[in-house]
Design a binder for this molecule. Structure first.
Ligand code: UD1
Length: 354
């Protein structure tokens, strides 16, 4: 097996996807993107290209469940490997619309796999989630911890993992690296690229950033009666640039051999909601107002990674801490208080540029 050089990134306009595009372009990969912009905007590529001083090879607006359109992309480009981010990711929304989540996340993955099979592409990096572990009996969690998803979003990721394991067991030469992220946050240090959710953010960090710029009056802290030191829930926050770097290393390591390998991506450090709120207040120079409300359905008390396996396998260790995450997110939010502006019209196809 040889290391891939032309990479198709599904969901490449999204938060982790766009930062991974930067990382891949910076390391000489040819990057092709498909995205349906359901929670993103094509404007992100101008930022990616400005930061890297390189062009994204081509960008296609499509839903990966549209197999004919997706297949046409593989016809046009000699794709060596796929990094598959395209999915819905809001836990609360998944509980309200489970069928849509299974359709988008599981249906999107099977559609992609069918098109990859048709075109003989057998290398995939899959974007999974620590949420597959559910309510952990003990932390830190290593990859052997049992999967017990507690919401349809998490279940959809777990189903995809099982499908991928099955494919690897049955299709000779198929290689999958499955990355279970804990909580990727932050922004590119330039302040030019970050998370720009459409509508009200459901996640903690983007919500804090909107409070800081005055778009929201205060943070609602979902529960202070957890069995944790300050009563608020603990998560393992990971800088998005460390996350992006892990994807680039995963692509390099797809060539190690066929089969499926699963790695946690986290720092191994837990921070409570109040820790993060305080750290963000320091980064933006003013305390963030908050009020405690009831627990959010489906939330768990504590999730922290044991990311030792990926460190041993590839030498990947996060180098950025909570203060870096807050500082970089704040820089992005200050420069883009309203997020990216949506373009006047959407393109069906942005012509490829060599
Ligand atoms: C969830 C998923 C994770 C997924 C991520 C992306 C679980 C256990 N985790 O992370 O796999 O990758 O979404 O969408 O399902 N909080 C507040 N107020 C807010 C928002 C959040 O107090 O306004 C709290 C939450 O209750 C939680 C913490 O902040 O304790 C982090 O929440 P969030 O950023 O939404 O991420 P997770 O729910 O941990």
């Amino acid at each position: 097996m040889t290391a891939p050089s032309t990479v198709l990134v599904t969901g490449g306009a999204g938060f982790i996807g766009s930062h991974t595009c930067v990382e891949l372009l910076d390391h000489g990969y040819e990057v092709i993107v498909v995205d349906d912009y359901s929670n993103s905007t094509p404007q992100v590529f101008a930022q990616v290209e400005r930061i890297t001083d390189r062009f994204v090879g081509a960008v296609y607006e499509l839903d990966i469940r549209d197999r004919a359109s997706l297949s046409a992309v593989f016809d046009r480009h000699s794709v060596d490997a796929v990094v598959h981010f395209a999915a819905h990711k809001a836990v609360g929304e998944s509980s309200r619309s489970p069928v849509e989540y299974y359709d988008a996340n599981v249906g999107g993955t099977t559609s992609l796999l069918r098109v990859m099979r048709h075109h003989g592409v057998r290398q995939l990096v899959f974007s999974s989630s620590c949420s597959v572990y559910g309510d952990a009996a003990r932390v830190p969690l290593d990859e052997a911890a049992p999967a017990r998803p507690t919401n349809p979003y998490a279940a959809s990721k777990w189903i995809c993992e099982q499908i991928l394991a099955d494919v690897c067991a049955r299709v000779p030469g198929f290689a999958v690296l499955c990355l279970r992220y804990f909580n990727p946050v932050g922004a590119h240090p330039s302040g030019q690229l970050g998370e720009s959710p459409l509508g009200t953010p459901e996640n903690l960090m983007p919500y804090l950033a909107q409070v800081a710029v005055g778009r929201k009056p205060d943070l609602r802290v979902f529960g202070d009666d957890y069995d944790t030191p300050d009563g608020t829930a603990i998560r393992d926050y990971l800088h998005v640039m460390d996350t992006a770097e892990a994807h680039r290393l995963a692509l390099d390591h797809l060539a190690d051999g066929p089969g499926m390998r699963i790695f946690n991506l986290g720092t191994g450090q837990g921070h409570s909601v109040l820790d993060v709120t305080a750290a963000f207040g320091v980064a933006c120079g003013t305390p963030i107002p908050y009020r405690v409300v009831g627990r959010r359905p489906g939330d768990v008390a504590e999730l922290v990674a044991d990311a030792g396996a990926v460190a041993r396998a590839w030498g990947w260790r996060p180098t950025r801490g909570l203060d870096d995450m807050c500082r970089d997110l704040w820089r992005f939010q200050r420069l883009h208080p309203l997020g990216y502006q949506l373009p006047a019209r959407r393109h069906r196809f942005l012509p490829g540029r060599a």
